[in-house]
Design a protein around this ligand. Structure first.
Ligand SMILES: Nc1nc2c(ncn2[C@@H]2O[C@H](COP(=O)(O)OP(=O)(O)OP(=O)(O)O)[C@@H](O)[C@H]2O)c(=O)[nH]1
Ligand SMILES: [Mg+2]
Length: 342
C-alpha cells in the first residue's frame, strides 16, 4: 500500500482550489426555440449519462421565441430549430440581437431524423453568421454525442470541467479528453527525461523524480475526473471512492516494476508507451466505475492496460519521430537501431 499513500500525499502539495473553482463556475444555458421544436427534449437529454443514483437538475431555462428576452442573463444560448421547417426568420431576428451582445451560441437543428430537404436546410445556414451549428435529434443519444456534444465543448473551451459537472451529457467526452491529454503529457515528459537518459553515459534507470511527476499528473487527473463526473470538490472524498474502486495501488506498482525492469534493456520507447498506457488504464478504470458503479476486475484491468499499451507504443513511435531531439541521430528510418542502443 505504500505507493498508494505516496500518491495521496501529493495532494497536500498541490493547490486544488483553482480547479475546483473552474469546475464550480456557474454556466447557465438558455434553450430558446419555437413551440414544439424540441426544447424540453433537449433539456432532458442534458442529463443523459448521469450516475444512476444522481438527481441532476441542469441549470438551463427553456424559452419560446416570445419569451426570448429573458435569455439575456444566460451564459450560452442554444437556439433549437425544428429541421422539418426551412423558414427561420423569427429565430434569425432573435439571434441577431443575441449576437449583438457578443455572447456565445450554438444553433441546433433538431429533428433531422424527420427533415425532408437537406439542400433547403443548408441554404438556411448563412443567417447564423458563422456561429457554430450542429444537426441531430434530441431523442437520439448517439447523434447528440456525435455533433451536439463536441460543438458545445468547442464553443466553450475554458468551461469543459463546469459543463461536464453541470450537464452529464458532456461527461464522457470531457473525461476521455482529460485522460488522453494527461496520458500524452506523461508520455512527452517521459520522452524528455528519457532522451537525456539514453545519452550514452547517462544510461540510468528511471529515477525518483520521474515517478513523482508522473504520479502528480495522474493524481491531478483523478481529481479532475472527479470534478468532471460531478463528485465532491474535496479530493479526500474522491480518493476514498476511487482508491477502493480502481485498485490504483496495484496498477502503479505494476507500472513501476515494468519501468524499472525495462529501461536499461530496451531503451526509451517502451518507457514512453508505459507512461501513456498507465494513465489511460487509470482513467478508463475510473470511467468504468462511474458508468457501472463497479470496480473493474483484475482481468478487465489487465486487458485494458494491454490495449492501452498497444496504443502507447504507437504514440511513443509518433512522439519519437516528431519530436526534435538535439543530438539524436537525424535518420529516423533507422530509428530502431537507435531505440535499441541503450
Ligand atoms: N422525431 C423527433 N421527434 C422529436 C425530436 N425532438 C423532439 N421531438 C418530439 O417533438 C415533440 C415536441 O418536443 P418538446 O421537447 O416538447 O418541444 P418543446 O420545444 O419543448 O415544445 P413546447 O414546450 O411546447 O414549446 C415531442 O413529441 C418530442 O418527442 C427529434 O429530434 N426527432
Ligand atoms: Mg417544452
Amino acid at each position: 500500500m505504500s505507493k498508494l499513500t505516496d500518491v495521496w500525499e501529493i495532494f497536500k502539495e498541490v493547490d486544488t482550489r483553482p480547479l475546483a473553482a473552474q469546475a464550480e463556475r456557474p454556466i447557465f444555458l438558455a434553450i430558446v426555440g419555437a413551440r414544439y421544436a424540441g426544447k424540453s427534449t433537449l433539456i432532458h437529454a442534458l442529463s443523459f449519462n448521469a450516475k444512476p443514483d444522481e438527481r441532476n437538475v441542469p441549470p438551463a431555462i427553456e424559452l419560446t421565441l416570445d419569451e426570448s428576452a429573458r435569455a439575456q442573463d444566460a451564459d450560452f444560448l442554444i437556439l433549437v430549430l425544428d429541421a422539418t421547417r426551412t423558414e427561420f426568420s423569427a429565430e434569425a431576428k432573435f439571434f441577431r440581437e443575441w449576437n449583438d451582445s457578443d455572447k456565445r451560441a450554438l444553433i441546433y437543428y433538431n429533428k433531422t431524423d424527420l427533415a425532408h430537404d437537406a439542400n433547403q436546410l443548408g441554404a438556411t445556414l448563412l443567417q447564423w453568421k458563422g456561429a457554430p451549428t450542429a444537426f441531430g435529434s434530441a431523442l437520439d443519444p448517439l447523434s447528440l454525442d456525435r455533433e451536439f456534444v463536441p460543438r458545445v465543448l468547442a464553443a466553450l473551451p475554458e468551461e469543459s470541467l463546469a459543463l461536464a459537472r453541470n450537464f452529464p451529457i458532456f461527461r464522457r467526452a470531457v473525461a476521455r479528453a482529460l485522460v488522453s491529454d494527461t496520458a500524452r503529457a506523461n508520455a512527452m515528459y517521459t520522452l524528455g527525461t528519457g532522451v537525456a537518459e539514453i545519452i550514452p553515459v547517462l544510461d540510468l534507470p528511471l529515477n525518483a523524480a520521474d515517478i513523482l511527476v508522473l504520479t502528480k499528473n495522474q493524481a491531478l487527473l483523478i481529481y479532475k475526473l472527479g470534478l468532471a463526473l460531478g463528485l465532491s470538490t474535496r479530493w479526500e472524498d474522491h480518493l476514498a471512492e476511487f482508491g477502493g474502486a480502481v485498485g490504483v495501488g496495484f496498477l502503479w506498482r505494476q507500472i513501476a516494476r515494468q519501468l524499472v525492469g525495462l529501461i536499461p534493456v530496451i531503451g526509451i520507447a517502451p518507457k514512453v508507451a508505459i507512461a501513456y498506457a498507465g494513465t489511460v488504464a487509470l482513467g478508463e478504470a475510473i470511467l468504468f466505475w462511474y458508468q457501472t458503479g463497479k470496480k473493474i476486475s483484475g482481468q478487465g484491468m489487465r486487458e485494458m492496460y494491454a490495449n492501452a499499451l498497444a496504443r502507447g507504443k504507437v504514440i511513443a513511435h509518433e512522439l519519437m519521430t516528431h519530436t526534435p531531439r538535439g543530438g539524436a541521430p537525424k535518420k529516423l528510418k533507422s530509428g530502431r537501431k537507435w531505440l535499441n542502443r541503450a
